[in-house]
Design a protein around this ligand. Structure first.
Ligand SMILES: Nc1ncnc2c1ncn2[C@@H]1O[C@H](COP(=O)(O)OP(=O)(O)O)[C@@H](O)[C@H]1O
Ligand SMILES: [Mg+2]
Length: 252
């Protein structure tokens, strides 16, 4: 399917009881790049990520990856097609070492694969993958923690670990949910540089939810703005920041 959009979302709706979290989200990402997804709290950004990654089934609408409709596919099947994500609340294994977190916990597996891995204790990690994991730890200045438990990391360092773990499989579509939230200014620079570097290595689509405007506006080539469960605006960082509608959505 050459030429098909890496990601296409069409008419996605999702209700939680009386709340319309998503009320007709439609957009396509046609080319590789770093994209920002912004919008006020409650706009539906995290729910949209859940629908794209397959953790939440939409009430209506479709999600396509590279032209393939994956709406009915489980998260691990979507991961196998090149989706990876991080979560708004960091999900790492605190007792496992940083290296183990990268190698084993990064992405959803089918139950069968998880059972097989635990039974055989032979997860099929090749030396090349370990090298990649080590170089990603170095990218975020965590090499000295390679064999330390992830619990020994600061909050910001855990975020960095989770992000490089999601990148390890070189996803075609990487979804980052508020990567900069709670990260101190010193680590923000490391995070910014790491995202740039990973993107230049992968050439895929990075879609990043972020409230830190300076961070996302300097990182993304294009910004998609959500408001009340739908796409409100889309454009260059400059155009979006100058948009009266966007300003109104944030102030209202
Ligand atoms: N599991 C859930 N149950 C009930 N309401 C939810 C659930 N998840 C999200 N919501 C609601 O859906 C709306 C969108 O939430 P969310 O996608 O988390 O927004 P954002 O990430 O943009 O802040 C909010 O009103 C939120 O309270
Ligand atoms: Mg959210």
């Amino acid at each position: 399917m050459t030429g098909a959009a890496p990601l296409s979302v069409a008419g996605v709706e999702k209700r939680f009881g009386g709340i319309a979290a998503l009320s007709g989200v439609t957009f396509a990402i046609d080319a590789p790049g770093v994209y920002g997804l912004i919008g006020p709290n409650g706009a539906g950004k995290t729910t949209l990520f859940d629908v794209i990654a397959g953790e939440t089934a939409p009430d209506a609408g479709r999600v396509s990856l590279g032209g393939e409709d994956v709406t009915a596919r489980a998260p691990h099947a979507r991961a196998a097609r090149g989706i990876a994500r991080t979560f708004q609340e960091c999900r790492i294994l605190p007792e496992a070492s940083c290296l183990e977190n990268l190698l084993f916990t990064a992405q959803p597996k089918s139950l069968a694969a998880a059972v097989l891995q635990s039974l055989t204790r032979a997860p099929g990690v090749d030396a090349h993958r370990v090298d990649e994991a080590r170089s990603l730890l170095a990218l975020v200045n965590l090499e000295r923690y390679t064999h330390e438990p992830a619990a020994s990391l600061s909050f910001g360092q855990r975020r960095l670990l989770e992000i490089v773990a999601a990148f390890l499989a070189r996803p075609r579509l990487l979804l980052l949910d508020e990567p900069a939230a709670g990260v101190n200014p010193a680590l923000l620079e490391t995070l910014h540089h790491a995202i740039r570097t990973m993107h230049s290595q992968s050439g895929g689509v990075f879609l990043i939810v972020e409230h830190n405007m300076e961070f996302i506006m300097s990182l993304a080539g294009e910004i998609i703005v959500m408001h009340q469960g739908a796409v409100l605006e889309r454009g260059s960082p400059e155009a979006v920041q100058a948009s009266p509608r966007v300003l109104e959505a944030y102030l209202g």
